[in-house]
Ligand binder design. Structure first.
Ligand SMILES: [Zn+2]
Length: 669
């Protein structure tokens, strides 16, 4: 998984810019939105009138023949009706074989692999009903948010329930489901079927095969890595999918949308890119080239490590409204990924984010999908036990997602160094003295949960220093990629390791001295001195001054932000390094800008001033009125040449031959 919200990476800065743009473009966009909502309601109204209770028909249709087959000997048949959507809800019915127990428990997952959070998908289930073979309702009691106990289990024929989607509920819930793991129901338009939100399992029947029959509107097409068959049900056609066990159901999300797919081949992998862009801003064709190039580079980096033949990228672009997805990032699966990003992103940023995000998710094929512990293999959806090795599942993955880009020439040295220093700085927001293994094992609860996002920062850096250490000891030959290849040979998709034994195993495969490394930095709570490791490849961190824009920094991230809670007031961002322009003028983080050179400042007025500032010279007189708390302050000065102190990774002046050789091995593969 990779998650941008609440995650102080440089990518978060993108969203500060988006927020700006979104509010600026709001007036333009909401005209379009009005039209969309209007036609959507019309469709909804029509659907309401046209609801057909097919449920009853299916219910009575199965009966006695099914009763002869024991539940553990017959596939579970799931029917999902995407045509007769009622009040934004979808009807699901599940037909298992015959039970012998008096009480049968049915579960919807509390959590799913890769999210590392408790989400209670059962919260979105309504009107749960169980029926006997005569179509009479059985007594059902709810044991907790995700568990239903059905009495008189021997007579249980099937169950049905309505599913509400998570995207609509994001604003209402305190703890929201991360959108790439969430669900969307938009009648006639699109459905994000993260199937753990729609399909549950009966106690003891997680290993039974599943058949999914999905009735869907004519205009929508399914994209998924599951094999699709079209079956006839009366005069209606349905999509049918089968999975060997419950895990396979939830490992294969399905995106139903108006067909917008591109299929391409990277060596022996067939990749499907599906794009849902509500306002038609992007198409799969418009995004294909960069993704194709990137995945080719990933394959070249990985070599023969990966065995998947099919990979689906399901990109959902969000309008970011109240009833749309607002958690940005992606979630990994064995043969697919769901990516959620704002549709308002400009192309270059969207493409670079897709490269970073999709490469991260695709590298999950290595870990945890191929190399993982028993906690992951025998994942308990309703009573999860967490593994100690997030430093690897997320850390190694995120490290590779950056390393392959420098090794394969997708980014240059400067960008690579910038990413490393970015992670070093972002990691400062978390507890540097928290054991990574203890954090990982307890990630569902505080104070560990609040440090989760550090797996993308320090987790990646742990892998970088491990890589540099291994490279040093092996004369440049062996690094973390080599290690992961060895581990995936030893273990693999169906062969988990013992959580307690992984580190000893790695030490045994490599160098005894590595044991101290793990004891200090991964199991232990000793902060890492990154310069010690960067020195091995002739690099160092240094503070340098660089010229910057007046209102935008070197990455075009504004020094200012808007506060929607305070009438969209424009303020100087807090907790960031300010340029010499602001410092000389006497501006501080948190100050609200009221007036610049006689122009009263609000969101609308700020944009042309940012534009004008590109024409300012060092002699331009600038007058600014700011509010600091209750106090109004007038500031005056010349614009000067804005400089910003930035911490950078720079090569040492004269690298030794050994340092140069090691750097080459590390960055060029
Ligand atoms: Zn991840």
């Amino acid at each position: 998984m990779i998650r941008f919200s609440g995650h102080p990476s440089s990518i978060l800065n993108y969203f500060i810019i988006f927020k700006f743009k979104i509010i600026l473009f709001y007036i333009l966009v909401h005209q379009i939105k009005k039209v969309v909502i209007y036609s959507y309601l019309t469709i909804k109204e029509m659907r309401k009138i046209a609801i057909v209770f097919v449920l009853g028909m299916i219910l009575y249709g199965c009966g006695s023949t099914k009763a002869l087959v024991a539940a553990d000997k017959t596939p579970i048949l799931v029917s999902i009706d995407l045509i007769n959507v009622k009040e934004d809800k979808v009807m699901v019915s599940i037909d298992p074989g015959a039970f012998t127990a008096d009480t049968v428990a049915f579960y919807i997952p509390k959590t799913v692999p890769g999210t590392y959070s408790i989400d209670d998908y059962g919260k979105y289930i309504e009107e749960f009903k169980a029926f006997d073979y005569d179509g009479k309702e059985l007594v059902v009691s709810k044991a907790d948010a995700n568990t239903w106990n059905i009495s008189n289990g021997k007579n249980l024929d099937k169950i049905s329930y309505w599913v509400n989607d998570t995207y609509d509920s994001e604003g209402e819930q305190k703890e929201v489901v991360f959108s790439p793991a969430g669900t969307n129901i938009m009648a006639g338009n699109n459905f994000v079927l993260n199937l753990h939100g729609f399909v549950g399992y009966f106690d003891g029947l997680k290993e039974v095969p599943y058949t999914l029959n999905i009735a869907k509107p004519e205009a929508l097409k399914a994209t998924t890595s599951l094999k699709k068959k079209v079956i006839e049900n009366g005069d209606k056609k349905m999509d049918a999918f089968s999975a060997s066990r419950y895990f396979e159901v939830i490992d294969n999300p399905i995106l139903y949308s108006k067909a917008n797919n591109e299929i391409f081949q990277i060596n022996d992998i067939e990749i499907t890119l599906s794009v849902h862009s509500p306002n038609g801003v992007y198409t799969a064709a418009s995004l294909k080239d960069r993704i194709e190039k990137m995945m080719g580079a990933q394959k070249a980096f990985l070599g023969n490590i990966n065995g998947t033949e099919q990979y689906s990228i399901l990109l959902y672009l969000s309008e970011m409204g109240e009833s749309d997805a607002n958690g940005f990032g992606a979630l990994e699966h064995h043969t697919s990924t769901v990516v959620v990003l704002p549709e308002v992103m400009e192309k270059e940023r969207l493409e670079q984010t897709m490269v970073d995000v999709v490469s991260h998710e695709f590298f999950h094929i290595v870990t945890p999908l191929n190399v993982h512990s028993k906690e992951v293999q025998y994942f308990d959806f309703n009573d999860p036990k967490m593994s100690q090795h997030l430093w690897m599942y997320e850390g190694t993955t995120e490290y590779f997602a950056n390393l392959f880009q420098i090794q394969q020439g997708l980014i240059d040295d400067t960008e690579f160094y910038k990413r490393i220093i970015g992670k070093i700085n972002n990691a400062k927001a978390y507890d540097d003295a928290m054991s990574f293994t203890i954090m990982s094992q307890n990630i569902l609860k505080e104070p560990y949960k609040a440090n989760y996002a550090n797996v993308y920062e320090k987790g990646a850096l742990i892998n970088m220093v491990l890589d540099l250490q291994l490279r040093e000891w092996s004369n440049g030959e062996k690094g973390v990629l080599w290690l992961m290849k060895e581990l995936s040979k030893k273990y693999g998709e169906m062969t988990p390791f013992d959580d307690e034994e992984l580190i000893d195993e790695i030490v045994a495969m490599t160098y005894p001295e590595l044991s101290t490394f793990f004891d200090m930095y991964v199991i232990g709570d000793t902060p890492i001195n990154y310069n010690d490791y960067l020195a091995k490849v002739g690099l160092n961190t240094a503070i340098v001054e660089q010229s910057t824009g007046y209102f935008l920094d070197l990455d075009n991230t504004p020094f200012i932000d808007v506060d929607p809670e305070n009438d969209n007031a424009v303020f100087i961002r807090k907790g960031i390094e300010l340029s010499s322009f602001f410092e000389k003028l006497g501006v501080q983080g948190g100050d609200i800008i009221k007036n610049i050179n006689g122009t009263a400042i609000n969101l609308e007025a700020m944009r042309p001033i940012i534009g004008q500032s590109f024409g300012w010279t060092s002699d331009t007189e600038v007058e600014m009125v700011i509010m600091r708390g209750e106090e109004e302050i007038s500031l005056k000065g010349t614009a000067g040449t804005p400089m910003l102190k930035v911490e950078k990774i720079v090569p040492v002046e004269v690298a030794t031959e050994a340092q140069a050789k090691l750097r080459e091995a590390w960055m060029k593969g």
